[in-house]
Design a protein. Structure first.
Length: 219
C-alpha cells in the first residue's frame, strides 16, 4: 500500500511539474525568460508559491528547467521526425522543413522559443545564457553534420562550404520568424521554403539533386 501511494505521489508530482513547465514555456515565448518568477507562475497556475518552489527552488532553476523542456519540445517537433530521412541532403532538408512547420503551427505562442531567448540573453553572461547557447549550438551542429555528410557523399558541388551553407539556410528561418512575429507577414513561410529549396538545389550536385528531388516536391 505504501509503495502504491508513493508511486502515485511521484506521478502526481511529475504531472504538476510538466504542467508548470508547459505554462512557463508559453509565457517565456511571449514575455521572455526574465518574466518567469515563482510568484507569477504560481498565480497563473493557481498553485501555492511554496508548492511551486518545492519543484524548482529558485527563479534561475525554473528558467533552466524551462529551457531544457523547450529543447525537448523542439526535438520532438523537428529533430525526431526527420530521422527517418536518409543522412545528408535529405535529412538536412527534412530538418529545415520541420523547423518551418514548427513556426507555422505555433508550437510556442510567441514564435520560436530559442530565437526569443537568444535575443533576450545574448549579452547577459551567466548560466541562462550558457544554457540557451548550448541548445542553439546543438541545433547548428546537427544541421552542419548533415551538410558535411552531404559533402562527403558528393551530394554537394565541390565549391560549397557546408558551414556557410548552413549559415545561409538558418538565416531564411530566422528571417521568417522575425517577420512573422514583428511585422505579421503571413507569406514569410512560403518565402522561406522557396529560399531554402533554391539554395539547396543550387548547392547540390547532380547526384544530390536526384536524392533531394522527392523531399523538395513534398515541401
Amino acid at each position: 500500500m505504501g509503495t502504491a501511494s508513493g508511486g502515485t505521489r511521484v506521478l502526481q508530482g511529475e504531472t504538476t511539474r510538466n504542467r508548470i513547465l508547459k505554462t512557463a514555456m508559453d509565457l517565456a515565448s511571449r514575455h521572455g525568460l526574465d518574466s518567469l518568477t515563482i510568484g507569477e507562475l504560481a498565480k497563473e497556475l493557481d498553485l501555492s508559491k511554496s508548492g511551486l518552489f518545492a519543484h524548482f527552488g529558485s527563479k534561475e532553476e525554473l528558467q533552466i528547467a524551462t529551457i531544457e523542456a523547450a529543447e525537448k519540445v523542439f526535438g520532438g517537433a523537428i529533430v525526431k521526425p526527420a530521422e527517418t530521412s536518409p543522412p545528408g541532403l535529405c535529412r538536412l532538408s527534412a530538418y529545415l522543413e520541420n523547423d518551418i512547420r514548427y513556426l507555422e503551427d505555433r508550437v510556442f505562442p510567441g514564435g520560436c522559443f530559442f530565437a526569443a531567448a537568444a535575443a533576450e540573453y545574448d549579452d547577459r553572461p551567466g548560466r541562462i545564457r550558457d544554457r540557451i547557447a548550448l541548445s542553439i549550438g546543438k541545433w547548428r551542429d546537427l544541421l552542419t553534420q548533415q551538410a558535411r555528410i552531404a559533402s562527403e557523399n558528393a551530394e554537394l558541388i565541390p565549391s560549397v562550404d557546408p558551414f556557410q551553407l548552413v549559415f545561409e539556410l538558418k538565416a531564411f528561418i530566422h528571417e521568417a520568424n522575425f517577420n512573422h512575429q514583428l511585422l505579421h507577414d503571413e507569406d514569410v513561410h512560403v518565402r522561406a521554403r522557396r529560399g531554402i529549396r533554391d539554395r539547396l538545389w543550387n548547392a547540390a550536385s547532380e547526384f544530390g539533386r536526384r536524392a533531394l528531388a522527392p523531399s523538395l516536391e513534398k515541401s
